[in-house]
Write a protein of this length. Structure first.
Length: 184
């Protein structure tokens, strides 16, 4: 895995690598990825779940019970459920979003895909995502998995990061460039 050296350098990357290795050995990469996708959505949409993962006042046992209940309610696979328990016991639930991103990068690399972080001003529909993937595939020369984020502050356009490359076509950046040019 060409990506794993950089990913393992961070704490969240080491957890993601451990989860990925377990999932690969159990032939459950897709199941874990699907569970993590649900958790990512829950982090974005649920203030209560986000509070559960970031509240330092919760004891290890309370956090473990909380994530176990969430995992059961969401129907997560057993490996991901156990992994959440490990994060809770090690007081690392606050790293969950970074672990998910690192796991997705490892899974994409395993499938021979490049990973692109795409930030847009509003949520993209399936047709827009497919068109974007097609354009990125042409540019990169291989399939591209996209990690979508929404940031209304960019006003419009997209910011795409693939590895060390960044393509910023956001309206915010264009306006800032125009303001600098007008100052002379």
């Amino acid at each position: 895995m060409e990506n794993s050296g950089g990913i393992q350098a961070s704490l969240s990357g080491r957890y993601a690598t451990a989860l990925f290795d377990l999932a690969r050995d159990a032939k459950a990469i897709d199941a874990v990825a699907e569970s993590l996708s649900g958790l990512k959505a829950a982090l974005a949409q649920s203030d209560e779940f986000r509070a559960l993962t970031t509240n330092p006042l919760l004891s290890r046992n309370e956090a473990s019970k909380g994530v176990a209940a969430v995992a059961q309610a969401m129907g997560l696979d057993g490996l991901t459920t156990n992994f959440l328990g490990v994060l809770a016991q090690n007081r690392r639930l606050s790293q969950l979003d970074k672990v998910i991103a690192s796991f997705n990068a490892l899974a994409a690399d395993h499938r021979g895909e490049a990973t692109a972080e795409v930030t847009s001003a509003h949520a993209l529909d399936a047709g827009q995502v497919d068109a974007l993937k097609q354009q990125l595939r042409t540019k990169v020369g291989r399939d591209v998995a996209v990690d979508l984020k929404v940031d209304p502050n960019i006003l419009g356009g997209l910011i795409v990061k693939i590895g060390s490359q960044m393509i910023d076509s956001s309206i915010r950046t264009r306006l800032n460039t125009l303001a600098v040019a007008m100052k002379g």
